[in-house]
Design a protein around this ligand. Structure first.
Ligand code: KIV
Length: 245
């Protein structure tokens, strides 16, 4: 699974045969320049979901429900999920699941919404937990994440993202539930892995969590390209004869 937020990138990801495109609320940082995901709105998710769905041919598309659109009540969650699915045509939604939201997962699934759960580090909670910290490090916290994961499966979710927990815990969760687990900073033993596309492409190299691997240096390549453009324009080399009628 990879995140995708716009038409061009989604088309490339889809054509490359990636199983799932996640229109993640990480777009709050990658697209909108916020420090975290907390201020992302449903409208933003819908707009980017629509753009991704225009490009999608084969990939399964999941859209995040953003902070404040599903926690108040299960009815609020269903209304938000339906709005996202109706307006974008996406295949599923993802929500960050704390213990008190298991009933919401169940209610959404009973109402025929495909739900991907998200446990471990919950980015929508970073302000409460004081930053992007690994979760489930002591026995009690690990047991709680394991229990919630099992309850998410029982509630009917079809897949589970496990973010930033010790590898042994992610492996234990993966072995104890039958729905696919998708890791990020978790374990190679998860059934799948997810990365934020900007991280994979090396688009933002200011901050590199340990679990990120750059598969390209697009920041460097883009910078070189725009500098070349600027130099060509100043030197009157662009547009050249072949670029004109
Ligand atoms: O919003 C996002 O990009 C995510 C992934 C990090 C799993 O939730």
């Amino acid at each position: 699974m990879l995140t995708g937020y716009d038409f061009s990138m989604a088309r490339i990801i889809d054509e490359a045969g990636i199983d799932v495109i996640l229109v993640g609320d990480s777009l709050g940082m990658t697209i909108y320049g916020y420090l975290d995901t907390v201020e992302v709105t449903l409208e933003m998710m819908i707009n980017h979901g629509k753009a991704v769905m225009k490009a999608r041919k084969k990939s399964f598309v999941v859209v995040d429900l953003p902070c404040g659109t599903y926690e108040k009540s299960k009815e609020q969650a269903l209304q938000s999920a339906k709005k996202v699915i109706d307006e974008t045509g996406c295949d599923a939604i993802k929500i960050e699941v704390t213990r008190d939201l298991i009933e919401t997962v169940k209610f959404l699934c009973e109402n025929k919404i495909n739900v991907m759960g998200h446990v471990g580090l919950l980015p929508q909670h970073v302000r409460e937990i004081g930053g992007y910290k690994y979760q489930g490090r002591d026995e009690k916290a690990a047991a709680e994440i394991l229990k919630i994961s099992q309850e998410i499966e029982k509630a009917g979710a079809f897949a589970l993202v496990i973010e930033a927990v010790p590898a042994v815990l992610a492996t234990k969760i993966t072995n104890s539930i039958s729905i696919p687990t998708i890791g990020i900073g978790a374990s190679a033993e998860c059934d799948g892995q997810v990365l934020v596309i900007d991280d994979l492409l090396g688009l933002n190299q200011e901050f590199k969590p340990r679990f990120v691997k750059y598969y390209a240096d697009l920041a460097g390549e883009i910078s070189a390209a725009v500098r070349k453009f600027s130099a060509d324009v100043r030197a009157k080399k662009f547009p050249a004869a072949e670029n004109l009628r």
